[in-house]
Design a protein around this ligand. Structure first.
Ligand SMILES: [Zn+2]
Length: 501
């Protein structure tokens, strides 16, 4: 029996019951598909076995190529609009076509252009007067309308000199709501400092512009500075913090009374009182030099005071004698006499000749002052004199200044005593920066050092008493270490200054 033989072969190979899969069932007894095709070839059972084997292999073959993928849960596809948004929000390298940042927002579907943007209800701005801009043009540039500018100017003219406002003045402007874009905004308010002691504000109240004056308190205590002359009076004064204008005023004034090249030593002390205005807002302003003294080592002190006789203030010595008389003894500050008047051996020409003036050694660029009031009769290059200026004082008296580096005057110009006419240099026949100074009297050069002039006014009577009183007052002014800068101070500095008294 085939069944027996198959079972026997199975048992022979895998043990008694094969792999535990029993074929020895009733089905197997009727329909045995596990037939050894090597046995009993050609029998009915063999054909049955071959058919079942072919059927099994065919089924496996057929199934192997026809199994579809298992269905899973799928995301719905992005619409094109969603894809665009995702691309805009994603961060991707530009090299790979990332659109981030370049086309992020202008998106016709999301933005809708407005027909008209709403305007700010009011604009606060600060306009600064700069260059040659007038008050009116500054307002115009800030957007104030013509009629408002006219109204404001009309209101302000009686209280402020609009043409003379200092450069850098800040105008605080507020512009209000306008009815339409074609009109300028109406001026709501404007405020600025109109003078050292006055702030003005113009504001619109119930439709009309109203002016308000805000006075600024000003303290007018004079400023007193003292210091040591050092290498030159000019440098010493500058170090005390005085502005350049007052330094030259002080030097010109002292020049009437003091022979700078002989009368001033390095250890001499100066003492100066200057008009000073201090606003409560912290600004400082200086006026004129009121008092100046030079306390000299081993010499009489020089004391000069400003005194206004008939609207023409002048400087007087303590004894009431006018300081402004004759010629200034040294027309340049910081100078020392390097070569006197008379015959001398000329250093460049190498022979003796008449030296028709005196030489003052001074630093190049030091200001040269007119020794007395007069008219410039010559200003230009003049042979060995280099840049040369002649000042005609009277019919008979002329002074001349040589070797200048620069001129400060032109021919024909009127100058006053102490006015700067040029600067020390080394032009012409000169071995170094110095001033060659000549005095010509009736067409003849004279020795400036020996020349004596008399004249000038002398205070007397009531004027002298008032002058003495003033001098005593200035001598009592408290001394400040150095002059404050002529600029605004911070509130903190102001407080400290006030605390110091
Ligand atoms: Zn000379």
């Amino acid at each position: 029996m085939a069944r027996d033989s198959v079972a026997t072969a199975w048992q022979r190979r895998f043990g008694r019951d094969g792999l535990g899969i029993g074929f020895g069932s009733d089905l197997a007894s009727d329909f045995d598909i596990s037939f050894d095709l090597g046995d009993a070839i050609g029998t009915r059972s063999w054909w049955l076995g071959l058919a079942s084997c072919t059927a099994l292999v065919g089924t496996a073959f057929a199934l192997a190529f026809a199994v579809p993928a298992l269905p899973g849960r799928q995301q719905p596809a992005l619409t094109p609009a969603q894809q665009e948004v995702a691309a805009l929000q994603a961060i991707a390298p530009l090299a790979r076509g990332g659109a981030t940042g370049t086309t992020a927002l202008p998106n016709a579907r999301l933005l809708e252009p407005l027909a008209e943007a709403p305007e700010r209800p009011r604009i606060e701005l600060t306009a600064k007067l700069s260059g040659r801009a007038s008050f009116e043009s500054a307002l115009r540039r800030a957007g104030v309308g013509k009629s408002d500018i006219a109204d404001v100017s009309r209101l302000l003219r009686p209280v402020a000199n609009l043409g003379a406002l200092p450069r850098g003045t800040s105008l605080d402007i507020v512009l209000g709501r306008r009815e339409s874009r074609s009109q300028p905004r109406p001026l709501d308010s404007i405020a600025f400092r109109a003078a050292f002691d006055l702030r003005v504000a113009v504001s619109r109240v119930d439709g009309t512009l109203r002016l308000k004056r805000i006075p600024i308190a000003v303290d007018s205590t004079p400023l007193r500075v003292q210091g040591v002359v050092g290498s030159s009076l000019q440098r010493g004064l500058k170090q005390s913090g005085l502005p350049a204008r007052l330094v030259s005023q002080a030097i010109a004034t002292l020049g009437y009374a003091v022979d700078f090249q002989r009368g001033v030593g390095k250890r001499d002390r100066f003492d100066i009182v200057v008009e000073q205005d201090r606003a409560e807002t912290g600004e400082v302003r200086f006026g004129d030099v009121l008092y100046l003294a030079l306390k000299r080592d081993g010499k009489d002190a020089v004391e000069l005071g400003r005194f206004g006789a008939g609207g023409h203030p002048e400087y007087f010595r303590a004894n009431g004698e006018s300081a402004r008389k004759g010629l200034m003894k040294t027309p340049v500050d910081g100078a020392r006499l390097t070569s006197g008047f008379g015959m001398r051996f000329h250093p460049l020409l190498s022979y003796s000749r008449m030296h028709q003036g005196v030489d003052f050694g001074a630093a190049s660029g030091s200001p040269i002052m007119a020794a007395a009031s007069g008219t410039i009769s010559f200003a230009g290059p003049h042979g060995g004199h280099g840049n040369y200026v002649m000042v005609k004082h009277t019919k008979d008296l002329t002074t001349a200044y040589a070797h200048m580096s620069r001129f400060a005057v032109r021919s024909g110009q009127r100058v006053t005593q102490g006015q700067v006419i040029g600067y020390v240099g080394s032009t012409g026949l000169s071995t170094g920066p110095h001033l060659h100074y000549e005095i010509w009297l009736k067409g003849r050069a004279v020795n400036p050092v020996q020349l004596k002039f008399v004249g000038g006014t002398q205070l007397g009577g009531r004027d002298m008493a008032r002058f003495r009183e003033q001098m005593a007052k200035w001598r009592r002014v408290a001394v400040t270490g150095s002059a404050p800068a002529e600029t605004a101070m911070s509130p903190l500095e102001k407080k400290r200054r006030a605390a110091r008294g």
